[in-house]
Design a protein around this ligand. Structure first.
Ligand SMILES: Nc1nc2c(ncn2[C@@H]2O[C@H](COP(=O)(O)OP(=O)(O)OP(=O)(O)O)[C@@H](O)[C@H]2O)c(=O)[nH]1
Ligand SMILES: [Mg+2]
Length: 220
């Protein structure tokens, strides 16, 4: 039992060291890195497609796609014409900073303003790991229910913004929006929430404005 705890501590310490290296590098190069975290199917790749389309003329972007297996998401994003690296974790439920640093070798960092990381679909483990990002962004869809902030509090505590996705499906579910906001507030009173539907193009401007502002601030 003692041994297990020590191993976990070592893993987290090694991850943190690399994460600090990444933070320094990104700060030198004035690059903003976003770590997108949500359950499988919450709408992470769809959000990236729609976000990148809207910011393409403004920022130079790249994507690191994290999945347990396959390059399905990387292929989906390929038509956007930006650099993409697919990481397959081979079973691991989250990305770590060592792999992120290796993925940077595939990019010309001098040519980038914004790097999106789509973490492995999971509400738990990715929230525990600092990968050197500027911000963890949580995405939770209405079909997952309003109780997720209470059941998986770490992500909602760590996130700098929360996207409530698939709002077009709200009329077809028993999603309790008032309850959702109450639960979010309970965990993280300061967390900005953006209600979006990538499918019906609803609510995207506020999210895009928020992201544009923080990216522009980093570039100064
Ligand atoms: N109705 C509706 N469906 C959506 C919306 N956004 C995404 N979807 C659908 O939800 C499903 C999952 O979306 P993805 O973007 O692949 O989700 P993901 O979070 O990247 O999934 P993983 O990478 O497997 O974890 C797809 O069928 C999307 O078309 C939305 O705003 N409204
Ligand atoms: Mg995806």
């Amino acid at each position: 039992m003692k041994m297990e705890i020590k191993i976990m501590k070592n893993i987290l310490a090694a991850n943190q060291n690399k994460a600090e290296e990444i933070k320094k590098l990104l700060s030198q190069k004035k690059i903003l890195m976003i770590n997108l975290i949500g359950a499988p199917g919450a709408g992470k790749t769809t959000l990236l497609e729609q976000t990148i389309l809207r910011l393409k003329d403004r920022f130079r972007m790249a994507v690191i796609e994290g999945d347990i297996a396959t390059d399905i998401d990387a292929r989906r994003l390929q038509p956007l014409g930006i650099p993409i690296v697919q990481i397959n974790t081979d079973g691991a439920c989250h990305l770590e900073s060592t792999t992120i640093l290796k993925a940077f070798d595939e990019f010309n960092l001098a040519d980038l303003d914004l790097v999106f990381v789509e973490n492995v679909g999971n509400l738990v483990c990715p929230a525990e790991f600092d990968i050197g990002e500027y911000a963890k962004i949580a995405i939770s869809s209405v079909t997952e229910g309003e109780d997720k902030p209470l059941k998986y509090p770490l992500l909602f505590r760590e996130a700098k913004a929360l996207l409530l996705s698939k709002t077009d499906l709200m009329p077809y579910t028993d999603f309790d929006k008032t309850g959702f906001y109450k639960n979010v507030k309970n965990i993280n009173a300061e967390l900005p929430v953006f209600e979006i539907s990538c499918k019906k193009n609803i609510g995207m401007e506020l999210w895009i404005n928020w992201l544009t502002q923080i990216t522009a601030r980093i570039k100064k």
